[in-house]
Write a protein that binds this ligand. Structure first.
Ligand code: F0G
Length: 449
């Protein structure tokens, strides 16, 4: 039963609770049972286009900022706020690059491998899709200040969107746990930057308490409005494939917001009859931060119709605490051991017949170098997708003739340190070190041979 008569409301994901809240509330966890929250739509009140390709017609009116935005172009599918509150910085002008050179290297059939380059967003990562939606909700509810915990990209995106609507912004990052490109953005966009001596999970815990105590608007992916914006990455992949669904979506897994959003996107499109099949999804952890792989593959955690066996992950987290574990990976964006969206991700795995793998740092940096050599480049976390795909091809889970879309979540300039060290210090299979030369033409030409 839905007690709200508008286009959308907030609802607890726990099927035993299903508490409902007005869309104008700012709550990020169910106040009845503490579970995660979803945005639910009254589809019969919304004029959803009859087919996905109808959204493509908005290219013709792209001088309208909402039609230009790669998020709001799909506004009927995230219809929770009136146009006057919608915030956009022209996010989502991203591309699906068909990459035959990389496909050939991996042994995939020509024309089947695609890289969704979310690094082209205004702050250089996929986060901007979510921020356009969440900041619209912040504006609609009159937020005066906001905060987030971050491994770097969230803080960059929050800082950018906060100054665009003129609200105060504080970001919490783990000391020494953030790539310089991202740290430089938070400072440059004017965020108050608090470096906590701890890791991302510590920051995540602190930011929730701070937001509650100081009544600040929380912008981590616990915020269900963020995930509404991130759904549009999937719509754009479909657009890049001529409005077709790929066989596989491959995405890195950190706090598990993306995977959760993608599962919701496909479940809704199926419910609306806008697609007739759902793609499979592979979520790739880094081996040094492999909570999801451990819980799903080794401990049997699953969605189970919403009755998630909480003891499984609670016991695991207690083990992590007992051995004072802190995650470590060169893919600092996904250096997370207690992902807040775990349950929603389990639901997405259920919807998309999902699969989880963990890949070591050496494979991540080699994959990153390949994406740079053959594509548009990306940051380390994003390259986990190609490293994961290689594993799944070897396991014959992904077949060479299947259509695959890997989500490259962040720009290659986000983390130049990892890139320079990989190449300069000859750390991997594809290192391309610079050559030192004296200021002498003969020597330069000799070294170029
Ligand atoms: N890729 C990049 C580049 C990221 O920045 C993140 C997350 C992920 C993948 C993982 O996505 O959390 O949806 O599973 N970065 C967050 C941050 C945690 O604070 O910037 P997820």
């Amino acid at each position: 039963m839905n007690k709200f008569s508008g286009n959308a409301h907030i609802e607890c994901i726990n099927p035993q609770c299903q508490a409902q809240y007005d869309v104008n509330e700012t709550i990020f966890k169910c106040s009845k049972c503490g579970d995660l929250l979803d945005i639910k739509y009254n589809w019969n009140k919304i004029a959803v286009p009859a087919k996905m390709s109808d959204f493509g017609k908005r290219w013709a009116s792209r001088n309208n900022a909402l039609d230009f935005s790669g998020v709001w172009r799909f506004r009927e599918l995230l219809n929770f706020c009136p146009d006057e509150h919608k915030v956009t910085l022209c996010e989502g002008q991203t591309i699906l690059q068909k990459n035959d050179m990389l496909a050939e290297y991996l042994g995939i059939k020509k024309g089947r491998l695609h890289l969704q380059y979310e690094g082209l967003n205004p702050s250089g990562s996929f986060k901007d899709n979510g921020m356009a939606a969440a900041f619209s909700h912040a504006k609609m509810t009159g937020a005066k200040s906001c905060a987030c915990a971050s491994t770097g990209n969230t803080s960059a995106a929050v800082a950018l969107y906060a100054h665009s609507i003129g609200i105060k912004c504080t970001v919490f990052i783990g000391s020494g746990r953030i790539a310089y490109g991202k740290l430089s953005q938070a400072m440059d966009y004017g965020a108050q930057t608090i470096q906590i001596r701890g890791d991302f999970d510590d920051c995540m815990k602190q930011v929730q308490s701070v937001c509650t105590k100081l009544n600040m608007y929380l912008l981590n992916s616990l915020n269900p409005f963020r995930l509404e914006g991130q759904k549009t990455i999937m719509y754009r992949i479909m657009e890049g494939l001529g409005w077709n669904v790929p066989d596989w979506i491959i995405v890195p897994g950190g706090n598990l917001g993306n995977s959760s959003a993608f599962g919701k996107a496909f479940a809704e499109l199926k419910e609306l009859g806008l697609i007739n099949r759902v793609p499979r999804m592979a979520i790739i952890n880094a081996s040094g931060a492999d909570t999801l792989a451990e819980l799903v593959n080794k401990r049997g955690l699953k969605w189970n119709g919403g009755s998630v066996e909480e003891k499984i992950y609670r016991d695991y987290y207690a083990e992590l605490t007992a051995r004072n574990f802190s995650p470590h990976t060169c893919a600092s964006a996904i250096e997370i051991s207690r992902p807040v969206n775990l349950k929603k991700c389990l639901r997405a795995i259920d919807v998309c017949s999902g699969i989880v793998r963990a890949v070591p740092d050496e494979q991540i940096v080699d994959a990153k170098a390949l994406i740079g050599k053959y594509g548009l480049g990306c940051e380390p976390a994003s390259a986990a997708t190609i490293a994961g795909l290689k594993v799944l091809l070897a396991e014959k889970i992904v077949r060479p003739d299947e259509t695959v879309a890997c989500v490259l979540t962040g720009h290659c300039l986000k983390d130049p340190t990892v890139t320079v060290e990989y190449h300069r210090d000859k750390k991997g299979l594809f290192s391309n070190p610079p050559i030192e030369a004296n200021n002498d033409i003969d020597e330069i030409i000799r070294l170029m041979q």
